[in-house]
Design a protein around this ligand. Structure first.
Ligand SMILES: [Zn+2]
Length: 392
C-alpha cells in the first residue's frame, strides 16, 4: 500500500469544526459524520485516513471537509492504481453504455475526433471506435498501468493528467471524461483543461456520480467532490462552457449523471433537479450514520464462525474497510467468475452450493443484495444482507 500523506485538517476551535467555504460556489458547509479510519480508495486500496466530508448548503455538493493538496490527490494515481484493469465484462458494458449515452446527447452532430480524458483501460474509446469508424480517437490516462493496458488494445494514449496537457495542434470535436472530475483537486481547472482541448464549436461531455442523493460514491476517499447539477452548471459558466444537456444515466448503469457542455454559447438549460441542499445534507448524515452502524449490524448476524462472502469487488472492498470485524470472519470469497475478483486479502473461488445449510455474507451492490439473497437461499445458504437503508 503506498504511503498517503496526511491532509491539512480543518481548524478545530472550542470543539467546533470550522469549515472553509465551498470551493465550488463559496457557500457555507456543514461537516458530515466521519467513517473510519481507515477509509477506502475507489480501486479498493485501504487508506489510513478517516473519511471526513462535508455538504455545501448552497450548491448541495459534497466535498472533503479539509482542503486538499494537489500532490496528495495525484499520489493516488501512482503505479499501483489499477481500477478497471481486470478483464471485467461489466466494465466493457458500462463503457459501451456511456459511449451510447454521450453520442445520443450529441444527436446528429457526430464528432470526427474524440479525446477521452481519464480513459482507464480504454473501454469507452473502444466503444466509440465502433460508432465512429475512421474517427481520430485519443485517450489520456495518468495511471501508468491503465495507460499501458489501453495502449495494448491498440489505442492512441497520452500518459498525463488533464491539467498538464499542452494545447493540441489539432483540437477535438468532442472531449469527454467519465468518472474523473469527482477525483480532481480543482474541478473548475479540470473542466477548463478539457475545454481547451476542444474545437471552438466543440463539445465537452462529463459523466460523474450523482450527488443529489447519497450513494456508494460518497464513501470513497479519492472522490474529492460530489457534484450536484447546480454545481456543474456553475462550473461550466466559470470556464466559458454552456451546459446544454443534462440527464441521470440509466439506473442499470449506476447512480451517475451526464452533462454535455458546448463551447458555443447557445442557452443553458435550467436546473432540472431541484433538490434542496439542506435536505441533501440531512440525507447524507442519515446515510453515513447507517454506514457507521454497518459493522455492528453484520456482527449481530454472524454466529462467531468463519463464513464465506458472495462478491469480490467494490462492495467486498467497502466491507473490508468499513466493517472490519465482520470482514475478519470472512474465510473466502465466492463469485461466478473469479477472473473478475479484485485483489482483496481473501481468495476467490467459483460459487457453489454448500454441503450443509450455512450462512453467507452478501457483498454485491446494495440495490442487488435482495436478488442475490433469493438466489443463494434456494441453494441452502442463509443470506446476510446489508440494511435496506444502504440501498444505493
Ligand atoms: Zn457549494
Amino acid at each position: 500500500m503506498p504511503e498517503i500523506l496526511p491532509l491539512k485538517d480543518a481548524k478545530d476551535r472550542a470543539g467546533v469544526r470550522s469549515l472553509t467555504a465551498c470551493a465550488l460556489c463559496g457557500g457555507p458547509r456543514h461537516a458530515l459524520p466521519t467513517l473510519g479510519p481507515p477509509s477506502i480508495l475507489s480501486d479498493g486500496r485501504i487508506d489510513s485516513r478517516p473519511l471526513r466530508k462535508a455538504s455545501c448548503l448552497s450548491c448541495g455538493s459534497s466535498s472533503h471537509a479539509a482542503s486538499t493538496v494537489q500532490q496528495v490527490v495525484r499520489a493516488s494515481y501512482d503505479r499501483s492504481y489499477d481500477l478497471g484493469i481486470a478483464q471485467d465484462p461489466s466494465a466493457e458494458t458500462r463503457g459501451s453504455a456511456y459511449g451510447s449515452a454521450i453520442l445520443a446527447a450529441l444527436g446528429s452532430d457526430m464528432p470526427k475526433s474524440v479525446l477521452d480524458v481519464g480513459c482507464g483501460s480504454g473501454s469507452l474509446l473502444n466503444s466509440l471506435a465502433r460508432h465512429l469508424p475512421g474517427g481520430r480517437l485519443v485517450g489520456v490516462e495518468a495511471a501508468t498501468q491503465l495507460a499501458a493496458a489501453a495502449s495494448r488494445r491498440g489505442l492512441t494514449i497520452i500518459e498525463s493528467f488533464a491539467e498538464d496537457l499542452p494545447l493540441p495542434s489539432k483540437p477535438f470535436d468532442l472531449v469527454c471524461s467519465v468518472n474523473v472530475i469527482e477525483h480532481t483537486h480543482d474541478p473548475a481547472k479540470f473542466l477548463w483543461s478539457l475545454s481547451r482541448q476542444a474545437t471552438e464549436d466543440g463539445y465537452v461531455a462529463v459523466v460523474c456520480p450523482r450527488a443529489d442523493r447519497p450513494n456508494l460514491e460518497l464513501v470513497f476517499q479519492d472522490h474529492i467532490f460530489g457534484l450536484t447539477h447546480q454545481a456543474l452548471l456553475r462550473l461550466g459558466q466559470d470556464v466559458g462552457l454552456t451546459l446544454i444537456r443534462y440527464s441521470p444515466t440509466p439506473e442499470e448503469d449506476g447512480d451517475f449523471q451526464l452533462c454535455l457542455f458546448s463551447r458555443k454559447s447557445n442557452g443553458a438549460i435550467q436546473p432540472s433537479l431541484t433538490v434542496d441542499p439542506s435536505s441533501m445534507h440531512r440525507n447524507r448524515v442519515a446515510y453515513l450514520r447507517e454506514w457507521q452502524k454497518l459493522d455492528n449490524f453484520l456482527m449481530s448476524q454472524i454466529d462467531g464462525n468463519p463464513l464465506p462472502c458472495f462478491g469480490a469487488g467494490e462492495v467486498a472492498a467497502l466491507m473490508r474497510a468499513y466493517a472490519p470485524r465482520a470482514w475478519s470472519y470472512v474465510a473466502e470469497l465466492l463469485v461466478d467468475d473469479p477472473a473478475t475478483a479484485w485483489r482483496l486479502d481473501r481468495s476467490a473461488r467459483v460459487y457453489k452450493r454448500p454441503d450443509a445449510p450455512s450462512p453467507l455474507l452478501i457483498a454485491v451492490h446494495p440495490s442487488r443484495q435482495r436478488m442475490v439473497a433469493n438466489r443463494v437461499e434456494g441453494d441452502d445458504y442463509r443470506a446476510i444482507c446489508w440494511p435496506d437503508t444502504l440501498g444505493r
